[in-house]
Design a binder for this molecule. Sequence first.
Ligand SMILES: Nc1ncnc2c1ncn2[C@@H]1O[C@H](COP(=O)(O)OP(=O)(O)OP(=O)(O)O)[C@@H](O)[C@H]1O
Length: 598
Amino acid sequence: MVEFRVLSLQGGSILIKLLLILLLLGSGSGHNECHGTSCGRNEPLIRFPFQLTKGMRDGCSYPRICVHCTEKNVTMLAHPTIKLQVSKIDYKKHEIELRDPEKCLPKKFEQINNLAIKYKFEGTYDGSNSLSFFDCSLQHMISCPIYVSDSDASFQLNLTSCTKMFDIVVAPVSAYMLQSNSANLRWSNPDCAKCEAKGKTCKWKKNSTEGDIECFDCKGRKRRIHIPRWFIFTVTGSVLLGLVIVAIIKLVLYYRTKQEDQARVEKFLEDYRAENPTRFTYADVKRITCGFREKLGEGAHGAVFRGKISKEILVAVKILNISQEEGKEFINEVRIMGKMHHINVVRLLGFCAEGTHRALVYGLFPKGSLQSFIFPSHDKDHFLGWEKLQRIAIGIAKGIEYLHLGGNHPIIHFDINPHNVLLDDNLVPKLSDFGLARLCSKNPSIVSITAARGTLGYIAPEVFSRNFGNASYKSDIYSYGMLLLEMVGGRKNVDMSSAQNFHVLYPDWIHNLVDGDEHIHVEEEGDVTIAKKLAIVGLWCIQWRPVNRPTIRSVIQMLETDEEEELTVPPNPFHSTTSIISGRHTSTRPLELEVIEE
Ligand SMILES: Nc1ncnc2c1ncn2[C@@H]1O[C@H](COP(=O)(O)OP(=O)(O)OP(=O)(O)O)[C@@H](O)[C@H]1O
């Protein structure tokens, strides 16, 4: 969930960045120092020394010439009193063409004159500029009642019904221009010639009220894309709306899954207190394992994944590779397994039986299995020490005793090996995978998989072939004996180099050890005693004939005794031909077992 949120935050920040870029691009549609801007399609380009302002306010003074755009996209001079349209700007000749939107430019002569004085505009007309103004308002049907005549009489008017108003000796515009509603004026300042000679353009110096200019290099600057404002607002709005909707959906989902998690934890705790395994759906299993993210290992019955029911409750989820259609049988078996509670037995916390999915949920043991703690005693860095090994051996035996004798439903494990002994933080051993032999008995691939895993050496001869007798509780004793010998020797007891014929490697040194002439690594006095005791008990457990093997209670008694002398060394089972019931085998060392088809 945390990652989910982080991802969505990242996604959100990317979207926000996109929006900012759009807005920046949009802001490029305003005044652009390099390329200028305009009010509309056929409107003049507005660039230095013109400045686009937002309204009619006289926001800028000489030498800045301010213009603004009307709602109808017409370019107007920005002036509080003068209403004149800027219809053309010639940046080469430094000329602007002004028009009266009310089509009566002579009436606005005074304003033009004031403008020319304010901005030091020059006239573009070379002839005599003495003008006479007439009031012709008595003439009907005319839109502009003021007539202008110049001294050159180049523009003759019918003035019979007009009265002369005044004469102007020097005017910046000609009578012809005024009458034809267009006045051309030239600006001389600011002069951008110096910058332009350098291939640059001009811009106003920042923070200068005097209207100082500086050169500005536009080369290499890409032209900004013009994106209409409506487009930007629509896109921005849609994206924001989308983000809000996504956030709401995520929030709803987040709270819903939180509620589901809470309900799952409550149900789990309730079942835990009632000592029942919780039934999970397959969706629960997926959520608990975060989509089967972390695999802890794989055994004969399936893969094991790390999982989490709540922050505090960590679990290991075994996804069984059995596909029984009938879930009832499975659930019955699992309920029996769930009743098994002992300090040396892994507690089954839950299960899943949905469709063909079968899973078992156990408590998590981060230290893993005993397999990773079995090292030879001379490997000082890893060897656990004889005291701890003895405690672990007794713990495992007590776990087996509980399975065999403790509950209402006795269980033969059938797969005792170091992989199936998990260790908690205090190195207390916990037997796992009990009950799986029965649960998965319909799976024909198990024996071969077990063989491939290398736990074959732990399987009692009678489990392997009926020629050696019937499988029983004593079969677990055999596996336990092999486990003890491996704990003492710290090495594999089976040579798997040949797939078909395997050898049980009966270690000579074990006999030497119990006879007293083997030098093992000891830290303390008692260490040899413990090592010998574990070896003797191990040898008793691996007797060929089940009847010759001790019960698990006797095993515990032998392990817990302090009297070394009390333990007698059993005959070497690998030398005894008489102990093999069928008599098919003759003894060889190391003994070679043949797989006999049932
Ligand atoms: N409850 C658990 N907590 C931590 N790790 C576990 C737990 N159960 C199993 N594992 C790890 O997952 C691995 C696979 O376990 P699994 O019991 O499926 O197979 P195995 O015991 O190694 O082999 P097999 O099933 O053939 O006996 C083990 O090696 C063990 O390290």
